[in-house]
Design a protein around this ligand. Structure first.
Ligand code: AMP
Ligand code: MN
Ligand code: MN
Length: 351
């Protein structure tokens, strides 16, 4: 039976620390008023979306649709395509390519984007919107919209999206829960990262109670890939280097072209590289289809890679962050090492 979230028992207790508790009530109220007064709501998430970005956006899209709103949802990639590993998410009929996104929407809601640059091609559409509600959990988010629903204490934007679902009077069904669960498991590394609080498990319990097939979701997200992935992974691992607590490698466009592998398939490589015992920081440089390096970084906690990546024009979290580099692979690493050294000096002073 689908639990009705209108029943208080199914909601997170207001008395207990509640996901999104850092967001003032007045902001939630304003969001509900803005949404209530708009017939068409345009949803946007960050470019090359992960499970948290796309899952949070589609979950809220379902509720808005059930309220009778017209909903368009998109992300601003030049080559617009849902990454293969997220194609199992329901609600993809809400998606439109960025060129079909309203040019000057009345109301935009953004998901999991820490700054307007992360909206890619949709950045200008958002800039022209009358109101922009920013739903996000990045500590680096300074609030680029007209209303911030930002709480950096939560593990995933999906936790804030769940709050929004409830506050809009929605109920969890299996489709919404699938989308939110994809966000929750992605951003907690399957409940392994330190962000995995009791509130995360409590939310997971609410979602699983709708009848989710969690094993199928896990398989879609992590346990399958085309054969070519293994070949590309092999090239990446052959080149991997360990230097002074830093483990890193790179994957080129040529590696991928040889196997016909899309860029989005590279997401899991960092999770293999970062397991290295001898390294506290892991980096994977991934060349995208335009010849830029998309840099994925991970820390085991001693170093704030979010600060390193912010200094290099990107952003993210303390232990997982990234940025885009337009210079050569060698120069990218030279600049990265320089910023890493500064961050290490800062963290040794802090101890
Ligand atoms: P990834 O390595 O792609 O899984 O990204 C890890 C985290 O870094 C993401 O959740 C984002 O918060 C952040 N991030 C990645 N790429 C960028 C970028 N180009 N600009 C800003 N933040 C980024
Ligand atoms: Mn994300
Ligand atoms: Mn996220």
């Amino acid at each position: 039976m689908t639990p009705n979230v209108r029943d208080r028992a199914d909601r997170p207790s207001r008395a207990a620390p509640c996901p999104g508790g850092a967001i003032p009530e007045i902001s939630w109220d304003r969001a509900l008023r803005l949404i209530g007064g708009t017939e068409e709501v345009a949803l946007a998430c960050h470019v090359t979306p992960d499970g948290d970005a796309l899952g949070s956006m589609l979950a809220v899209g379902f509720v808005l649709r059930s309220m009778g709103k017209r909903v368009v949802a998109s992300f601003g990639d030049r080559n617009f395509a849902v990454p293969r590993l997220l194609r199992f998410l329901p609600g993809q009929d809400m998606l439109v390519p960025p060129e079909d996104f309203p040019a000057a929407p009345e109301l935009v809601i953004t998901f999991d984007a820490s700054m307007s640059e992360r909206l890619g091609l949709l950045r200008d559409n958002a800039a022209r919107a009358r109101e922009v509600i920013v739903v996000d959990h990045h500590p680096s988010n300074r609030g680029f919209g007209t209303l911030s629903l930002v709480d950096s204490t939560v593990a995933a934007t999906a936790m804030l999206a769940e709050q929004l679902v409830y506050r809009l009077g929605g109920r969890l069904d299996r489709d919404i829960a699938t989308c939110l669960y994809a966000g929750l498991v992605t951003d907690t590394g399957s409940f392994r990262y330190p962000s995995t609080t009791p509130a995360v498990h409590q939310m997971a319990a609410r979602l699983v109670a709708t009848g989710l097939r969690t094993e199928e979701i896990a398989r879609e997200l992590w346990d399958r890939s085309p054969f070519g992935y293994l070949k590309v992974l092999a090239s990446a691992l052959e080149r991997v280097r360990l230097e002074d607590g830093l483990v890193w490698t790179h994957v080129t466009r040529v590696d991928r072209a040889a196997q016909g592998l899309p860029y989005a398939e590279l997401e899991g490589i960092i999770d293999i590289v970062r397991r290295t015992d001898e390294a506290e920081v892991a980096v994977v440089l991934k060349e995208d289809d335009h010849g830029d390096w998309q840099v994925s970084t991970r820390s085991k906690g001693a170093v704030d890679v979010g600060a390193v990546c912010s200094a290099l024009g990107g952003g993210g979290h303390h232990d997982a962050a990234g940025y885009t580099s337009h210079v050569s692979e060698a120069e990218t690493m030279t600049r990265f090492r320089r910023e890493l050294a500064k961050a290490r000096r800062r963290s040794s002073r802090a101890v």
